[in-house]
Structure formats: C-alpha cells, structure tokens
Design a protein around this ligand. Structure first.
Ligand code: FES
Ligand SMILES: [Fe+2]
Length: 364
C-alpha cells in the first residue's frame, strides 16, 4: 500500500539509539542503498568481505548526496570533486585536487559514519544526536528477536505509516482496537469482547542508566483446553507469554511452552519527525516441520499489519487537522506510560511511571 504523502503533526525524536534501517537482503557485497532514519538521509552499503556501513548521505565538502557518487566495494567516491571516503569510519582517503604545494591532510577530514550492525536480516543503525560528533565505544546492545533453540524459522513484515512515531507506538500497544480493526471469521468478532485483567511490571534497564526502560505485561497461563495449547501442539506444558515494551520503540512478544517457542520484535521507527514505519521480525520453532508454515504465517500476519496500517492511514487524515486527543483509563494506560517514559528519557530524569506491579482491566 502506498502511504499518503501528506505529513501529519511532527513529534520529538529519541536520538542515541539503534533503529532498523533496511533489510540486508538489499545490500549485497559492493552495493549500496539509501534509507532515511529520524530525518537523517543515509547511504548504506556492504564492503567487499561483508562488513556493513551507514554514512550520512551528504558529502562534508559541499553537501551533495554521496549516493550520487560511486562505491567500488572499498571506498565511496563523491561525484562532485572526487573526495574518497572509507565508509565504515567516514575517514577521507583522498582529495584529488590537492597538490604538493598544500599542507591539508585529507585523513583529518571525516564524513559522518554511524555504527551499523546486522541482526535478524536488518541493518541496524545507531543514530546519534545531531552535533554529538563521532560515536564512542559504549553503545547499548543491538536489539534482536530472542531465540530459544538453534533451529528456527523466521519472517518479516513491514508497513509505512503516514503518522508520527508516537501514534504508531501507542497504536501498537493499544488493546481496545482489536475487535474492531482485526475482525475476521478466523480470528474473532466484535461479539467476542469480554473483560480482561492484565498484570504489568516496570522494566528499569539499570545497566544502561534506564535508557531502554519500559514495562512488561505478563499473562496468566491460558486454560489447558484453550486455543494456544492446540496451536502450540503441547498439552499440559505450562505456557508463558510476555509482552515487553522498551524505549525507544520496541515491542517484544515471547510465547514459550516446553521446547516450543514463538518470539517477535516489532519496532516503530521514525523516518521523519512526522512519519514512521512498522517492522515485525518473528522467529519460532513451532510447526518447524510443517511445509508452507512461513508463508501462511506471513499471509495472516501481513493481513493484521495491513489492517493496522489502513486504520492509521485513515487516522492520519484526521490528525492533519490537529484535533485534541484523549487517553482514558485503563485501556490507554500503557500509552500514558509510554509518553512518561519518553519524556523521562528526553529530559534524562530517569523517572519511571510505574513504581511497582500494576493490574489493569479493560474489555476487548
Ligand atoms: S561535494 Fe563532495 S567532493 Fe566536493
Ligand atoms: Fe492492531
């Protein structure tokens, strides 16, 4: 689906963290591709030998996009005056116009290059705050889908959203839209709405000074004759499911029953201050030997994501008029926590909206 080009209201962004830029299948050796994260234009590529890189797609000399130039598998050459850069460090290797009469040392000049790592088939880029200079060594770990066995299958879904990242994230954690947006005969109907009780606890991330703080929803084990047991093909094994939200934009869902597991990492990534993209990365070992299960799962998962996307495209139409918005108890409580966590991170206060376990009730 092509997303409408009308920009809704912008929001403040969290710099200084890892974001997924694009699928690494688009980056074969010696190739480059463009991407945008947090309003920063990027040139990504893969050097001969396999190493990924991510540069700000602007030449430090006169600002022409480096993507207009050439990449030979080792260095990126600017199209305008031929300055040549090592793309992992950004270090300039050559300024062709220099003569022996000049003392300028090209290797003292750097284009902006960002840490770039491959996980779950994605190029993750660490996007520092503008003007913080070169990124140091002490970075938080690169996010990835948790895995609980050596063999597993995986899938990926993507959807662009024409709204800012806050709406994408609170849409992701919103429990009350399910029966309306995701109606389907094979899933559920509106009539299936019933009261739910969910338990939450704070996640503090003390190791990283609270930068990836969040909260966990831990569910009770479903009753032994319920659909999850049948789906997982395990009877009597305890099922544990947890859903974690952590800053700046990640939702981890883990379902485990004995040896069987399903896990996903869903991210809502700011492309610009007023647009974002949802990526779902999933891995599982349930149904490992069933043929076509990846394409079936991807089909149904894609339908889900499309329903969310369609709804947010419609919402973006309304948001253009800057309406006042509401957050109610208890169904919108997680959204309130998200906004509080985000403010704490932006201001560096380290405050957490949850001081201990909380139980919420809603009908969905
Ligand atoms: S603008 Fe890139 S070398 Fe001059
Ligand atoms: Fe949804």
């Amino acid at each position: 689906m092509r997303v409408a080009e009308v920009a809704g209201p912008p929001t403040e962004l969290i710099f200084g963290d890892w974001y997924p830029a694009l699928r690494t299948s688009e980056l074969r050796e010696g190739k480059t591709a463009k991407a945008m994260l947090l309003g920063v234009p990027l040139l990504l590529g893969r050097k001969t030998g396999g190493k990924l890189f991510a540069m700000r797609d602007l030449c430090p000399h006169r600002g022409i996009p480096l993507s207009a130039g050439w990449f030979d598998g080792e260095t990126v050459t600017c199209k305008y005056h031929g300055w040549r850069f090592e793309p992992c460090s950004g270090q300039c290797k050559e300024i062709p116009s220099l003569t022996s009469h000049e003392t300028l040392d090209p290797t003292k000049i750097y284009a902006s290059a960002f840490p770039c790592e491959e996980r779950d088939g994605f190029a993750w880029v660490y996007v520092p705050s503008p003007g913080t200079g070169r990124v140091g060594e002490a970075l938080p770990p690169v996010p990835e889908v948790p895995k609980f066995s050596a063999k597993f299958r995986s899938a990926h879904l993507v959807a662009e959203l024409p709204c800012n990242v806050d709406h994408g994230i609170i849409g992701l954690m919103d429990p009350a839209h399910g029966p309306f947006v995701h109606q389907a005969w094979w899933w559920r109907s509106r009539a299936s709405i019933h009261e739910k009780t969910k338990h939450f606890e704070p996640l503090n991330d003390d190791e990283n000074n609270g930068r990836n703080a969040g909260f966990r929803m831990s569910s009770h084990a479903p009753s032994a004759n319920s659909a999850p047991y049948k789906l997982l093909g395990v009877y009597g094994e305890p099922i544990t499911t947890t859903i974690d939200f952590v800053l700046p934009n990640r939702r981890y869902e883990t379902i485990r029953a004995g040896e069987k597991w399903f896990a996903s990492l869903t991210t809502v990534t700011p492309i610009t201050p007023s647009s974002c993209r949802i990526d779902v990365m999933a891995a599982w070992n349930v149904f490992y030997h069933v043929p076509f299960v990846t394409s079936i799962a991807t089909f149904f998962g894609a339908r889900f994501v499309r329903q969310d996307q369609q709804t947010m495209v419609e919402q973006a139409e309304g948001l253009r008029f800057n309406p006042g918005l509401m957050l109610i108890d208890d169904a919108d409580k997680p959204a309130k926590w998200y906004f509080a966590l985000k403010q704490a991170r932006l201001k560096g206060t380290g405050e957490h909206p949850l001081t201990g376990p909380v139980t919420l009730h809603w009908r969905s």
